[in-house]
Design a binder for this molecule. Sequence first.
Ligand code: ZN
Length: 183
Amino acid sequence: MSDQTRPRIVCLSGSMRFFDQILIVAAENTAAGRIVLAPFSIVAAEDQGNAVKRMLDELHFRKIDLADEVIVVTVDGYIGESTRREIRYAEQHGKPVWYEDFGPGPGVAKIELPQPTGYPCALGVFCDECETRIVADILVSDLDDQATRFGYIRAHAIKHGWSCDKRGDFCPDCKPAEVTVNA
Ligand SMILES: [Zn+2]
């Protein structure tokens, strides 16, 4: 099925404290014929900031990768730190971001976000083979950890013909030939 004929994929983002509202938006979008991706796992207080939380954050970025657009679900405009990172990630990857605010008033309102605190930062990655380096100024924020920043520069490198995956980082001259799988 091509991208033109498959249903649109929406990824919902928001604090798990708004899971009831997330389910409402999921139901509405499913009824409208869209494929819905959403967060489903609650991170315990003692797991905030550890590997479990990072894995779930990373998993949500992959859902955003799959999505055509992102819908941020909030109540009274509350947007937590993880959701802010997801919004930034979506914007940096060209995904439209919409807001469904379950405020005290009637209906759905577009909310004003605080200005992102991003600033350009020179990021670079080396070719594992020849040590050629690709460098770019990329918008980052203080909330972005090292792994997130490497993700930004690798995405940039891939757009410029690099191969960056679990085999390593390789410039266009050194990148491995695609593996052929024999049945
Ligand atoms: Zn190289």
